[in-house]
Design a protein around this ligand. Sequence first.
Ligand SMILES: Nc1ncnc2c1ncn2[C@@H]1O[C@H](COP(=O)(O)OP(=O)(O)OP(=O)(O)O)[C@@H](O)[C@H]1O
Ligand SMILES: O=c1[nH]c(=O)c2[nH+]cn([C@@H]3O[C@H](COP(=O)(O)O)[C@@H](O)[C@H]3O)c2[nH]1
Ligand SMILES: NC(=O)CC[C@H](N)C(=O)O
Ligand SMILES: [Mg+2]
Length: 519
Amino acid sequence: MTLPLQDSILIVDFGSQVTQLIARRVREAGVYSEIAPFNSAAEAFERLKPKGIILSGGPSSVMWEDSPRAPQHFFEAGIPILGICYGQQTMMQQLGGHVEGGESGEFGRAFIEVKKGCALFDGLWTEGERHQVWMSHGDKVTRLAPGFEVVAVSEGAPYAITANEEKRFYATQFHPEVVHTPDGAKLLANFVRHVCGLKGDWTMAEFRATKIADIRAQVGEGRVICGLSGGVDSAVAAVLIHEAIGDQLTCVFVDHGLMRLGEAEQVVSLFREHYGIKLVHVNAEERFLGGLAGLTDPEKKRKFIGGEFIAVFEEEAKKIGGADFLAQGTLYPDVIESVSFTGGPSVTIKSHHNVGGLPERMNMKLVEPLRELFKDEVRVLGRELGLPEIFVGRHPFPGPGLAIRIPGEVSKERCDILRKADAIYLEEIRSAGLYDAIWQAFAVLLPVRTVGVMGDHRTYDSVCALRAVTSTDGMTADIYPFDAAFLSRVATRIINEVKGINRVVYDYTSKPPGTIEWE
Ligand SMILES: Nc1ncnc2c1ncn2[C@@H]1O[C@H](COP(=O)(O)OP(=O)(O)OP(=O)(O)O)[C@@H](O)[C@H]1O
Ligand SMILES: O=c1[nH]c(=O)c2[nH+]cn([C@@H]3O[C@H](COP(=O)(O)O)[C@@H](O)[C@H]3O)c2[nH]1
Ligand SMILES: NC(=O)CC[C@H](N)C(=O)O
Ligand SMILES: [Mg+2]
């Protein structure tokens, strides 16, 4: 089944780290968009018949031989085009302008001065105003293509915004898609609604319908195994896939012994209570803990866990007579931190078990309907699908579980200690009414022992670190500012009630420079 063609924007990806943010801003403006790598953009254009095109940034330089280009016929299609950074540079060059390597680039905050009104910022900015934007470029346009004029300048980029109003082509040297360009979202909304003339009535309901059609097309009559963790992402993925293909789906919950206190039982009973979806509960504690023995390097731990997950999924697939597809609730941040996207410049920060931690050879093909979304968007989709708040509002919990919250070697004994401390911490957060104000909170068991004195005895036990952060999408995060009384209450309870811990500290690191998890 294919859906009727809907109004859309095509985003051509040249490998920028933040291409997905363009898509996100366009979705926020209520317009459907798809991202296509530059080398398959022509095909996507044929299929979508978009009402506008956005050319992303990218790591290449247009002065390099063989650097990527937009299909030339896009410029003759009679629809509006917005070029961002690299997208601006290639557009200018492809239309007869000129780009040079700058003596010095502009990275980070910059200010532009508006020289002239233009449809791109109609109703938003006016002549003479100065606005903060975010830049990240070394090259710059030095001669405009015919028909273009300068509408805004910055210190390092005399052509900060240029426009060919007749053709409805616009180009920015800065990145409107990032939050550090405060008016950027409005600028993009203006482009898709005002310039491209789209209504802005696209919703998550339509995303749901599109994804259901995509899943049906991908899976056909095949069988699908879905890794279900109890987290938001896999619950939403499972319900969505079930809506698409019904009984062709079997969910597999892997209890790797690295879950929080009581979590495994809770996940399984909650899911069975709410959904008539087939669910297999696999007890795999021994093999996970066995394989983790002796491993201390975070990436080795992550890779082992990623591989073992797949091994379990493959075994379970065999038991149901084979499965052609493995579904996961992979989100965009998992992808961008683990691997470079469409050959982009991003480096591996950590191998999320479900992406960079996957073994190289896998028998099943992946079904990942949430791969372009950010967590807060998945929550919106979850509500759209009618998932109860108890799933939708849950703090994220990483697939590798407690293994990455126990720096150094993991053992059952250390998992048990951590489980108790973590449960006390979360219980206190809930009873203080803070759970929903926090993005994620957890305890970490450090491989450090310190001296203490309890009841006149000397103790020599482990240190427990507490972490709590606020965030909207997990990509950046800030610490949650508990008051001292709360922290000391939690610390006292943990030290009193958990044998093996005699000191508690609070982690004050934002992301960046830290990551949310400790490994
Ligand atoms: N214990 C598990 N058993 C089966 N699959 C799992 C397990 N843990 C993680 N997965 C799979 O890995 C994917 C990524 O995990 P991740 O933690 O990012 O998502 P989630 O658990 O669904 O949601 P959340 O981020 O809210 O915890 C999950 O969506 C799920 O498909
Ligand atoms: O399913 C997952 N598998 C993983 O391997 C993984 N590593 C980190 N996370 C979660 O991702 C978010 C960002 O975490 P970091 O700042 O630690 O990268 C946070 O919400 C983390 O809990 C993971 N989730
Ligand atoms: N962020 C970008 O798109 C950078 C484009 C190009 N690589 C430059 O340095 O100017
Ligand atoms: Mg999880």
